[in-house]
Design a protein around this ligand. Structure first.
Ligand code: AMP
Ligand code: MG
Length: 409
């Protein structure tokens, strides 16, 4: 995270702002509403003229004008006078209450009213929604439909947003086929690239497809060195372990990159490696799809969200009941791909999404959380409360790990 800096600002038109991240706090520069207005179609009048009115003692009001939303009544409402007013129109001077159209009877150019109103009844007051000077969204907030409404309310035709971090994805492995190639003996299609591109987009970045490479030191080195000039962050998959054709460690060395760490006490993704070269981060993720997926969410995403000015860049943590046993003990903390269930009694339950091996690809499709199972000598039983990390959430956490680390120790 030391190498994760807040990114750069650019502006986009409001039409293209949804899904981007605010580069500046969104502040109200005027009250909303900006004037007292009517929330209903009705008649604006003086509450004091209605004090004694009831069904047995109706009162008459002379209608002296009529305004729709957007129009302003130029006169002043006097005793037992009313102005016909539509939803959203400014409350006329002199009046201090609105009676709904449905509660009045029109008699010629007058109306009859059979109830009393209090001062301020049925008025939407200036500033009742939000007051000038209020911060409505912090810098780094993802722009959703509601924020788009606020941006428009405050006149942002152009919206200051964080430039999307450009994240390159380079797959390595001599077994990899392009996805339009027929299956061949001993070969597999390159699925990690497309999975990561989806994850990069979900995290708010711009994925750059850099193709796939055979396990060949010289060629991989050249591809990595060239890619570094084009991206903010480089992700490679595969070749980062200790196998005969795992060339990433040698590539980092040849690049003069500083390896920040190359083993993590977690499952899957223990071979996740991170290096830096001139302040740019290189993530060497496992080739195993589930390990690659988890490595991205736990290590790449927080860096990207920080680039997007977000101060809660980690996956949001919540708790849920385990919906099934997870009995295999493991000395390392596990991040099990899980699916949330919204039970009828109002509780959250979570179950592993399916086949749980670091090589699994099928369980990723329905995963919307990572279930965090701290390492230890015992397994986990159905009904236990466990930590989960939400994959589709946009709120995030500052640093969700304190409890997890404590329970791990
Ligand atoms: P590696 O990290 O290179 O040791 O690869 C670990 C496992 O992941 C091997 O079974 C690889 O075949 C598989 N793998 C590597 N790269 C990919 C990829 N791009 N897509 C799907 N599987 C991969
Ligand atoms: Mg490999």
């Amino acid at each position: 995270m030391k190498f994760a800096a807040p990114g750069e600002k650019e502006t986009v038109e409001i039409e293209n702002a949804c899904g981007r991240y605010l580069a500046e706090p969104l502040m109200a520069d005027h009250d909303v509403p900006a004037f007292d207005r009517s929330p209903y179609d009705g008649f604006a009048l003086r509450a004091e003229d209605t004090i004694s009115l009831s069904s047995s003692n109706p009162g008459r009001f002379e209608v002296i004008g009529q305004i729709g939303a957007g129009s302003v009544f130029t006169g002043t409402v006097g005793p037992t006078q009313a102005v016909r007013i539509m939803t959203g129109a400014q409350i006329p001077e002199g009046s201090n209450a609105v009676i709904m159209l449905e509660l009045t009877k029109e008699i010629g150019s007058s109306i009859e009213i059979k109830r009393s109103l209090s001062v301020g009844e049925n008025i939407s007051f200036k500033g009742e929604d939000t007051q000038k000077g209020t911060v409505l969204a912090e810098r780094g907030t993802r722009i959703n439909a509601g924020i788009a409404a606020l941006l428009a309310t405050f006149g942002y035709k152009n919206v200051p947003v964080a430039r999307k971090p450009i994240v390159g994805v380079l797959a390595t492995g001599s077994e990899l086929l392009d996805i339009d190639e027929p299956i061949q003996p001993g070969k597999i299609r390159n699925s990690n690239t497309y999975m990561l591109m989806g994850q990069i987009e979900r995290a708010g970045g711009k994925p750059i497809y850099l193709g796939k490479m055979e396990d060949n030191l010289e060629e991989c080195y050249k591809a990595v060195a060239e890619a570094m000039g084009k991206v903010d962050i480089l992700i490679t998959t595969g070749g980062v372990s200790v196998g005969d054709y795992d060339y990433l460690p040698a590539i980092y060395e040849k690049l003069g990159a500083e390896v920040l760490f190359n083993k993590i006490g977690m499952r899957p993704g223990s071979v996740t490696t991170v290096a830096q070269s001139n302040g740019k981060l290189l993530f060497g993720l496992s080739g195993n799809p589930s390990a690659c997926y988890v490595g991205f969410e736990l290590f790449v995403r927080p860096v990207m969200r920080t680039n997007l000015f977000n101060t809660r860049p980690h996956l949001r943590k919540a708790r849920a009941r385990l919906a099934s046993d997870f009995s295999k003990a493991n000395p390392f903390t596990r991040f099990v791909r899980g699916t949330l269930q919204y039970d009828e009694d109002g509780t959250l339950a979570v179950a592993p999404s399916g086949f749980d091996k670091s090589s699994a690809v099928s369980s990723l499709a329905s995963a919307d959380v990572l279930i965090v199972l701290p390492g230890g000598t015992r397994g986990y039983q159905e009904g236990m409360l466990v930590d989960i990390l939400l994959l589709e959430d946009q709120t995030g956490s500052e640093w969700p790990w304190e409890n997890i680390v404590a329970s791990y120790k």
